[in-house]
Design a protein around this ligand. Structure first.
Ligand SMILES: Cc1ncc(COP(=O)(O)O)c(C=O)c1O
Length: 395
């Protein structure tokens, strides 16, 4: 009996899941760069619109290339259904907003990517949705925040940029006891190292712009969950409001998935080597790397993640001036606000991704002026270490 792709190991699913071959039997997945579809009869067209015929209608709703990308992600993540979106933020905003109405309440971890924080703190309240921010690592704060109208919990783990790890099973339990769902942004962990649905989360979102593309080419996002959640809350919202992904971008991401496992493993090995070198470096005041025993939540990392991270966080002694000197001295790693790329990228969160925050809020999150986020790429680890240590000499 032949196995269904969903029963193979993740590496095999990354290459084969979801492939739909056309009548030409192409090896590589076809790019269906089409807005719409034609019907062989008015009756077939009517049946398609009534949902009695499963074919495609319009690429704002679905498209064969997009369907391949979604199916491959579904089988990788162990979800029942998915809808992809134009960007990671389109996926985050839709996953949070689509199921809610005025009068509902959302609880979220305070340590969020700046745009996710904007959605929670600024956008939702404008539409009558109450929000509460908590210290994500403090389970009592999640518990105390629950109200009768709480519908959604939202978190990132590891967090951006300080790589704190939050207890997904315990937070899911608190959410479910309170009648709420847990939405996890799994960008920093990647589907290779963490499966939030298996840990108790109800919805997973990705910025596919990051590791899934991983080669700096295009933006994309995806929401994965149960059949019921996608059908009831997401499908119609996306179909009518239109934050859909382009088939071209879905094709790039689909091909990106084929090498995701290899890339994430290599980038994680490199990040771990960089972390080990920085841990004892005299110019470094603080090092954070999920995967090292000195990570504040090392036991939790072992429990809920299968590997460390492609990212390393560190604080350079001497504040912003020293951090800027390091960034400007680096020859190989490039200054950027992106992450998860084949090229190593360095970010100064205080002046970029998190500059919108008040200084005291940044300080509370551990984003000091000397803090740098290093996203390890696919270069040789020794070249990156030589580049970093030479730059640190100048700090
Ligand atoms: C944790 C996290 N979530 C969401 C996003 C948004 O993704 P995108 O840039 O694809 O909209 C980003 C990065 O930009 C991110 O780092």
């Amino acid at each position: 009996m032949s196995k269904s792709p969903a029963n193979y190991r993740p590496e095999t699913r990354l290459v084969h899941s979801g492939t739909l071959r056309s009548q030409y039997g192409e090896t590589s997945e076809a790019l269906f760069l089409t807005q719409g579809y034609v019907y062989s009869s008015a009756e077939e067209c009517e049946a398609r619109f009534k949902g009695e015929d499963p074919g495609f209608i319009y690429s704002r709703y679905s498209n064969p290339t997009i369907a391949m990308f979604e199916r491959r992600m579904i089988e990788l993540e162990g979800a029942e259904a998915a809808r992809s979106a134009a960007t990671g933020m389109a996926a985050v905003t839709t996953a949070i907003l689509a199921p809610l109405k005025a009068g509902d309440h959302v609880v979220a971890s305070r340590a969020l990517f700046g745009s996710c924080l904007y959605v929670i703190q600024d956008l939702l309240p404008r539409y009558g949705i109450e929000t509460t921010l908590v210290d994500g690592a403090n389970l009592d704060e999640w518990q105390r925040a629950v109200k009768p109208n709480t519908k959604t919990f939202f978190l990132e783990s590891p967090t951006n940029p300080t790589l704190d790890v939050l207890d997904i099973p315990s937070i899911a339990e608190i959410a479910h006891k309170g009648g709420a769902r847990l939405v996890v942004d799994n960008v920093f962990a990647t589907p290779i190292w963490q499966s939030p649905l298996a840990l108790g989360a109800d919805v997973v979102v990705y910025s596919a712009t990051k590791h899934i593309d991983g080669q700096g080419r295009c933006l994309g996002g995806i929401i994965l969950s149960s059949e019921a959640f996608i059908a009831e809350h997401i499908h119609n919202f996306m179909r009518q409001t239109g934050p859909s992904i382009s088939p071209f971008n879905a094709w790039v991401l689909l091909k990106g998935l084929e090498t995701l496992g290899v890339r994430v493993r290599a980038q994680t090995d490199t990040a771990a080597r960089i972390a080990d070198v920085l841990a004892s470096h005299p110019k470094i005041a603080r090092l954070i790397y999920p995967g090292r025993e000195d990570h504040p939540q090392a036991a939790l990392v072992r429990k809920q993640m299968r590997g460390g991270s492609t990212l390393v966080g560190f604080e350079v002694k001497g504040g912003k001036a020293a951090a800027f000197r390091v960034l400007n001295e680096l020859k190989l790693a490039k200054i950027s606000n992106n992450l998860g790329d084949a090229k190593s990228l360095v970010t100064h969160p205080a002046t970029t991704t998190h500059q919108r925050l008040k200084p005291e809020d940044r300080a509370a999150l551990g984003i000091s002026e000397g803090f740098i986020r290093f996203s390890a790429g696919l270069e040789h680890a020794d070249d990156l270490i030589e580049d970093l240590t030479a730059a640190l000499e100048k700090a």
